[in-house]
Structure formats: structure tokens, C-alpha cells
Write a protein that binds this ligand. Structure first.
Ligand code: AMP
Length: 312
């Protein structure tokens, strides 16, 4: 019997304005929790903890529910939903944040419902590290805690982030953030330094170039899949995290205690699935592709990525 453990995901649910080379898309539904939840729901039940304003459409929550995403934990409060606007360069390799309006997200205090406390896998999206720690305080000892963060918290809240890191099993950040967090330029030495602070596994995302994994058994790399057309990179990082934890949810049961070698293999395979899920996300604008993803799409992309380094 396949294990399908539920996953709790905390993060932002947003409206995004996207300026892409192909055109401008206003009021698209986005947010770190949204992308991660759509991605992870391809694998298992997802419970989202987030906040939206009274302007957020009910039918988007209904779409989530049809994918096995439990939206009871998405609190609706009076005011406007978080908004983000970004502009991409012509090659889609870099983007500029044009606007961030926290709105109801400014006072977000994640509330963990009684029935969510025992969720075995937790993905802490990029929110204030103290709020990430509060979520863990409210839970009854999850088996796996995967955390994301960003430069804003690394430079502004390093002490609080340090406390959170001591409780995280896996940290997923990009190479620039790994350098910032450790103060070390060499990525391998930076990773060793970060892993001493708590997480047994560090994943360093390198955009279209793929991702590196560091743990006590060594280093592992998964290349990005070179797509013929990237439509919109928004949410790739969050979809990576969702696909990563989603795969793990199909292999980790409650109270799972893994030996390092077994854990190393599982984390590496999950990284392949995270990469495949992220590369599917960027095939469409906003969440259009990720919200219709099925496991066959991910498996097919995993096979394509594997074929990149198989000799004929
Ligand atoms: P990614 O492309 O993986 O970095 O994710 C982009 C998503 O993150 C967008 O849908 C935004 O709404 C959301 N986002 C951008 N900035 C923030 C922020 N400061 N806090 C939370 N979510 C954010």
C-alpha cells in the first residue's frame, strides 16, 4: 500500500501582476502557499494555513478543494489580499519586484486548527521566522519540517532565523541566500556551515541550472530540464518545494525514523521530483499549469530529466 501522509503548508496566498515578455497579466492568483499547495496536491492531501482578504474569490478555493487541498485553514479577514508585482527580463532569467502590498498578510498569525496539529509533514513557506517557529510550537512534533526563507529575513532577523533553523530538517534556499546566510562565498563550505545550524539537508536552488543537495553523506545535483519554452518562472521555487515534500509524503509515514543512507536516497529522489514539478509550473502563466498537474506529468518529466545524464 502506498503511503499518502498529509502535508501542512504555511505561506502567502496572493494576487500577482506579472510583466512577462509575452504580455502583462494582472490579478493572477499566486503566493508561495498557493504554488506549493497545487504542486504538493499532485502527491497527497494538503492543508493550507494562510490569510486572504474579502476580495479573494471563493471559486479559487473551490478549485483547490477539488485537488484535495483543505482550505479550512485559509483565514478570510476583512481587507485586501496580499499583492505582489514583478517584471521579468526578456530572457526570463532575472526579475524585478515592482510592488509588494502586504495588506492582510501584514498581521498574519498562522492559526493551527486542532485537527491539523498532528500533520506529519510541514512546509514552512517564506514568512517571518518567528511565525514559522510559532507554527512548529502549535504542532505535535512533525516528522519532517521543510523550511524556506529569503534574504529579507537572513539580513533582518538572523537571530530568529537561527532559532528556526535549529528546528528545521530541510532548508531550501537559492545560492545567493546560502552565501548571505553563512557569510561564506564558496557554496560547499557555505552548505557545511548551514548544516551545522540544524538542518540535516540543505537544498540550494540555482534557477534554470537546477539544484544541489548537501547532507552528511555527500552532495547531489539535479540539472534543470531545458524547456523549449519557458512561459512564466513565477512560483518555480515554491513548486519545487511542493513537489519535493509531496514526493516525501508518499514515502514517509507517521513516526518514520530513517537511517542516514535511506534518508539520503529519499531526499535525493524527492529533489528530482521537486525539479520536475517546478519545470512543469513554468510551462504556463501563474498557476495555470500547476493547478492541473497530474502525477503522470511529473513522472514523464522525471524520466526526461533522468535521460539527460544517461549514456546511450
Ligand atoms: P517564487 O517565484 O517561487 O519566488 O514565488 C513567487 C510567489 O511568491 C508570487 O506568487 C508572490 O505572490 C509570492 N511572494 C512574493 N514576495 C513575497 C513575500 N515577500 N512574502 C510572501 N510571498 C511573496
Amino acid at each position: 500500500m502506498t503511503t499518502r501522509s498529509p502535508i501542512l503548508i504555511v505561506g502567502s496566498v496572493a494576487f500577482d501582476d506579472l510583466e512577462l515578455p509575452s504580455g502583462t497579466f494582472k490579478d493572477t492568483v499566486g503566493g508561495s502557499a498557493t504554488y506549493a499547495a497545487f504542486a504538493a496536491s499532485t502527491f497527497s492531501e494538503v492543508r493550507v494555513v494562510a490569510v486572504v482578504g474579502d476580495d479573494f474569490p471563493q471559486d479559487v478555493l473551490a478549485v483547490m478543494e477539488t485537488r484535495g487541498i483543505v482550505t479550512k485553514g485559509i483565514e478570510r479577514v476583512s481587507g485586501k489580499t496580499f499583492r505582489w508585482a514583478g517584471r521579468y527580463d526578456a530572457d526570463l532569467a532575472s526579475r524585478t519586484t515592482l510592488d509588494t502590498q502586504l495588506n492582510v498578510f501584514a498581521d498574519f498569525k498562522p492559526k493551527i486548527r486542532e485537527e491539523q496539529r498532528g500533520t506529519p509533514l510541514v512546509l514552512l513557506g517564506n514568512i517571518h521566522p518567528t511565525l514559522q517557529s510559532d507554527v512548529l510550537d502549535a504542532m505535535s512534533g512533525p516528522d519532517l519540517v521543510v523550511a524556506d526563507t529569503m534574504n529579507f529575513w537572513i539580513t533582518g532577523e538572523s537571530e530568529k532565523l537561527g532559532k528556526l533553523l535549529a528546528r528545521a530538517h530541510v532548508l531550501i534556499i537559492n545560492d545567493e541566500e546560502a552565501r548571505q546566510l553563512s557569510g561564506i562565498h564558496n557554496i560547499r563550505r557555505a552548505a557545511a556551515d548551514i548544516c551545522k545550524r540544524g538542518p540535516h539537508t540543505l537544498i540550494v536552488k540555482r534557477g534554470e541550472h537546477g539544484a544541489l543537495l548537501f547532507d552528511e553523506t555527500g552532495i547531489f545535483a539535479v540539472p534543470g530540464y531545458p524547456l523549449e519554452e519557458v512561459v512564466d518562472p513565477t512560483g518555480a521555487g515554491d513548486s519545487f518545494a511542493g513537489g519535493f515534500i509531496g514526493y516525501l509524503a508518499t514515502h514517509l509515514g507517521r513516526g518514520a525514523k530513517l537511517q542516514p543512507a535511506e534518508r539520503a536516497r529519499l531526499m535525493r529522489t524527492a529533489m528530482l521530483y521537486g525539479t520536475a514539478t517546478a519545470s512543469r509550473c513554468v510551462e504556463g502563466v501563474g498557476t495555470s499549469r500547476i493547478q492541473t498537474l497530474v502525477s503522470g506529468d511529473v513522472d514523464a518529466r522525471v524520466a526526461q530529466i533522468r535521460s539527460l545524464f544517461e549514456l546511450p
